[in-house]
Design a protein around this ligand. Structure first.
Ligand code: IPE
Ligand code: IPE
Ligand code: MG
Length: 565
């Protein structure tokens, strides 16, 4: 982070955006330094990070600061209308990092990376968005982006190895260290050995592979793509320096020479000048009032969340035993058009009424304690409809994301589907909602928009093929779990209950991978007429079903056992 490389990368941004980037970079660096001051006891360091974060909260409220770095950040947040609340998680991680950091495996290591870095990068994305040059990341490239972030972090760790070891820190997952017996002890004792050499070679190769993601910047604004491509180039050169360092890696930090940096940045600066000269940017004029910007503390953030409004007639959810609750309910919200026609209204009215029904069902899901709700809002086949109807549906979703009542509920919103053909404003609103709600823990609401099951399977197969070609996976050994890992949301559980309203009894290309063993539930009413009690009824019926997943029925088993006795 203190590397002149970061400074040079910011120089590739449009001039108007640089002060804001410097403010973010400086703040992240100050927090990092506070957490890393090894001459200070860990508890005091944690207290300093906490105090800085709290002071920021106060400074944001009054719109100024006596501390120059916080002043720059406050000014940036107010000027660019940044919502700094997503940084809270990163600041908490930094505070907790003062203790000893230990990662059992790559999964834990990645989660830490994600917590610590991604929220800061998200702020830069938001800046671009506010400036009218959105760096819209295609959702099918999200995995590339996450690996890229992992790659930058791993490169940093390898570069700073000597400094970290001097402070008895080793920020590598145990899983990676254990693969080279003896390497950990040698590293901790500052001994360069065949095991350490092999470990470092393996890790630089891994970081290089994670950062070589040519598809990530496809379709992106050339100026933004230039920043990311140059960062990758710089970090690969840094990895070359780590490889070339050999035993000295344990004694000092390998740095790139000015010549190597110039070789990378001179052409990149030309590309940047060219790319940004073609894009008119909107620079905010005045700052908005101080009180409008805030960085809620975790408790305040939760306090800002409100419980779902009660049912209009005061209905309460049934008590379902935990082992009979579905983990994941998916809904095909059908019948909006027929609902409108039945009332002599134009079809768009049905879609507006359908939006209110989504709120109702989300409230019901929160009240009954459902963990995952996935709703089908627009299919890849729905493009066959009239342009006017398509516009109404998509516009209703966009407006609801920015202004709707779900904002303040404990709902983590996610989007499943493909950005192609969708309006840019909708894609941005979806990504904004995802960023804003990423730390919420109540209900995960996945909205399927421009979603098609076959499309999802085809793209997943393509991602696997790409991984196989890159040598990350052996095609002969591909199993179901590998496939599942390459899906757009690998953590989405299987669908337990699939509910379709509106009389039809078909699945219309919805979640073919996840719903192979779902219990099906079809109801005749049209979607705008549903009530949270319909969801509770569906879950109650589900709780009485016997799921076998291919095994013999439980009762038969028992009688067989008894008969054989
Ligand atoms: C479902 O309602 C909503 C979407 C497909 C977007 P429909 O619009 O399909 O309503 P019907 O099936 O025509 O009544
Ligand atoms: C399925 O409904 C898609 C959504 C609810 C978004 P459709 O109304 O489009 O499905 P079909 O055409 O009747 O199968
Ligand atoms: Mg329909």
């Amino acid at each position: 982070m203190h590397d002149p490389g970061t400074y040079a990368l910011i120089q590739l941004m449009p001039t108007a955006l640089r002060p804001a980037c410097w403010a973010l970079w400086a703040s992240a660096s100050v927090l990092d330094d506070l957490a890393d001051q090894r001459d200070v006891a860990p508890a005091d360091r944690a207290a300093r990070v906490e105090a800085w974060t709290q002071a920021l909260q106060h400074d944001l409220a009054i719109g100024t600061s006596t501390d120059p770095v916080r002043h720059a950040l406050v000014d940036t947040a107010l000027r660019w209308r940044l919502d700094l609340s997503s940084l809270q998680g990163a600041m908490t991680t930094t505070r907790d990092d003062v203790g000893s950091r230990h990662f059992a495996d790559w999964t834990q290591w990645r989660a830490w990376c994600n917590e610590e870095i991604v929220p800061w990068v998200d702020q830069v994305w938001h800046l671009f968005e506010q400036a009218g040059a959105p760096m819209t990341l295609r959702l099918d490239r999200r995995k590339d982006y996450e690996q890229f972030v992992d790659g930058t972090q791993l490169t940093d760790i390898l570069t700073d190895l000597s400094e970290d070891l001097a402070q008895e820190d080793l920020l590598l997952p145990q899983e990676a260290l254990d693969a080279f017996p003896g390497a950990e002890e040698d590293l901790r004792r500052g001994r360069w050995s065949p095991a350490t050499a092999a470990l470092i070679a393996e890790l630089t190769a891994l970081a290089r592979q994670w950062m070589t993601r040519p598809a990530m910047t496809k379709g992106m604004h050339p100026g933004a793509a230039n920043v990311l491509d140059t960062a990758a180039c710089l970090l690969r050169a840094q990895l070359d320096a780590v490889d070339a360092a050999g035993p000295t890696l344990l004694k000092r930090t390998p740095r790139l020479s000015v010549v190597s940096r110039t070789r990378i940045f001179a052409p990149a600066r030309l590309r940047a000048a060219m790319a940004w000269s073609l894009t008119p940017l909107t620079v905010p004029g005045s700052r908005r009032p101080a009180a409008a910007a805030h960085i809620p503390r975790p408790s305040t953030d939760n306090a800002a969340l409100r419980p779902p409004p009660p049912h209009s007639e005061g209905a309460r959810p049934p008590q379902i035993p935990a082992d009979q609750m579905p983990a994941h309910v998916a809904v095909i919200m059908d019948g909006n058009g027929r609902w409108a026609q039945q009332r002599g209204l134009p079809r768009p009215e049905g879609h507006h009424a359908g939006t209110a029904a989504v709120h109702e069902i989300v409230c019901g899901a929160l009240e009954i304690g459902l963990r995952h709700l996935t709703v089908y809002a627009f299919s890849t086949e729905n493009w066959k409809r009239d342009t006017d109807e398509i516009t109404t549906i998509l516009e209703a979703i966009r407006r609801d994301l920015d202004e709707g009542p779900l904002r303040d509920l404990d709902v983590r919103q996610r989007w499943l589907g493909h950005p192609d053909k969708l309006p840019q404003e909708l894609v941005q609103a979806l990504q904004r909602a995802e960023r804003r709600t990423r730390n919420r823990t109540g209900l995960t609401l996945t909205m399927c928009i421009n979603y098609g099951g076959r499309d999802e399977i085809t793209r997943t197969a393509a991602a696997l093929a790409q991984a196989a070609r890159a040598g990350e996976i052996d095609p002969r050994l591909i199993g179901e779990e590998d496939f599942a890992r390459h899906l757009p949301h690998p953590d989405m559980p299987d669908v337990d209950l699939l509910w379709r309203t509106g009389k039809e009894q078909r699945t219309s290309n919805f979640l073919p991978w996840h719903a192979t063993y779902a219990e099906l539930h079809f109801t005749p009413g049209y979607w705008p007429d549903v009530d949270r009690r319909d969801l509770w009824q569906a879950i109650t019926e589900y709780s009485r079903r016997q799921r076998r997943h291919g095994a013999a029925p439980l009762t038969t088993n028992r009688s067989t056992v008894q008969a054989s006795r």
